[in-house]
Design a protein around this ligand. Structure first.
Ligand SMILES: [Zn+2]
Length: 381
């Protein structure tokens, strides 16, 4: 029988966290608040700040807090992110006794402060009850919302646990065990500029060329495991100049590394082909089209089997509460992708946050209590 979660304390903590502004790259005030609170109330073994700030541009590094525990038990880390999406300046939390919302003019910040509040409540219950638990590490990252920058620059030497949980998804009693890898690319098509009225025969429109390449390019859901999107396109300078440059930014995601590579390459080939096939219709164009291409691996995939030690441990923790976790696969990327890429088995737990990244974001206190119970069961199993 686990000791009870204190809903009032959890709610108060959550509201306090939400009302400390922490947009990406300005997480310092929230980090300082957490460090002081944890040091004063929770007797950590160690608190570290890494040197990631110079890489992320944040006013703080990532924070790792280590708590001792029963050395016979496999250590676990819990990762949450400190930053929130905008609009997030001056959050005022409304609570109707059941559900938290913002006053309507900002996001709430349950993504991801609900996760942080649950971890603090978990540690307080453990402290008050004197319950034996596994060694625990809390990892608070910066800049998750602007490209997982904190996790990408995290000092992985600081983390001793080999497995853990990201508290950063919608849903309740929901475990995300798979997420795609992603590539981000930038391509540039170059034509030939000319006066559109005086010498159109001498020009080669990069916009028209891009249109030919894009007309039948497969995008959206490419197969059961893969998606592609072109999200930004820029080109041209004025209506009287034939545009000599178009820049396109896009992404490909796939749960399969082979398909990720193949789909990315097929987009590149499509543009390469259009450039190669081009023929001068007038014989007067002062040049040829060209094309350049740059791909950045954005993050690796998450693949955790149901029989992996981490997932088995989570299922067991739920069973102790007479619950079962639904396992699911997501289409998004998060800090968990980066951690898995570093060999740290990381599943993502639904924490009940809803309509995140909108000013209608909300979360129910009951769901927060329920998830905190699961965390307690997990670390004491
Ligand atoms: Zn999040």
């Amino acid at each position: 029988m686990l000791p009870p979660v204190n809903p009032q304390r959890l709610a108060d903590t959550f509201v306090t966290l939400c009302e400390i502004d922490s947009p990406s790259r300005s997480e310092g005030r929230l980090a300082a608040h957490l460090i002081a609170l944890i040091r004063d109330q929770l007797q950590p073994e160690a608190i570290y700040e890494d040197g990631s700030a110079s890489g992320t541009g944040s006013d703080t590094g990532n924070i790792v807090v280590r708590f001792g525990g029963d050395a016979q038990r496999e250590p676990l880390f819990f990762i949450t992110h400190l930053d929130t999406v905008t609009p997030c300046e001056g959050v005022r939390v409304r609570f109707d006794g059941m559900v938290f919302t913002s006053a309507g003019d900002t996001i709430l910040g349950a993504d991801d402060k609900a996760g942080i509040a649950m971890l603090l409540e978990m540690m307080r219950v453990l402290r008050d009850a004197g319950l034996p638990h596994c060694p625990i590490e809390l990892v608070f990252t910066t800049c998750e919302e602007i490209g997982l920058l904190g996790a990408k620059h995290l000092d992985y030497q600081m983390i001793r646990s080999r497995m853990g949980l990201a508290l950063d998804s919608a849903g309740i009693d929901l475990l995300v065990v798979g997420a795609p890898a992603a590539n981000r690319f930038q391509l540039e098509l170059r034509g030939v500029a000319a006066h559109a009225g005086l010498h159109p025969e001498q020009g080669l429109s990069a916009i028209k060329l891009a249109g030919q390449a894009l007309a039948d390019l497969p995008l959206g859901r490419l197969d059961a495991e893969s998606t592609a999107n072109l999200g930004l396109i820029n080109g041209g300078t004025a209506t009287n100049i034939i545009p000599d440059r178009v820049v396109i930014h896009g992404e490909v995601r796939s749960h399969s590394a082979a398909k990720l590579a193949a789909h990315t390459e097929s987009i590149r080939l499509r543009f390469q082909q259009i450039v190669a096939d081009w023929q001068d219709p007038t014989g007067l164009v002062a040049g040829h089209p060209s094309f350049s291409w740059h791909v950045d691996p954005e993050y690796p995939a998450v693949h955790l089997s149901s029989s992996s030690p981490l997932v088995a441990r989570l299922d067991l923790a739920a069973q102790r509460l007479n619950r079962s976790l639904r396992h699911t696969v997501s289409g998004g990327g998060s800090d968990a992708n980066i951690l898995n890429g570093y060999g740290l088995a990381t599943a993502i737990l639904g924490i009940g946050m809803t309509k995140v990244h909108t000013t209608d974001e909300f979360i129910a206190l009951n769901d927060m209590v329920r998830t905190t119970e699961l965390l307690l069961s997990l670390v004491t199993s």
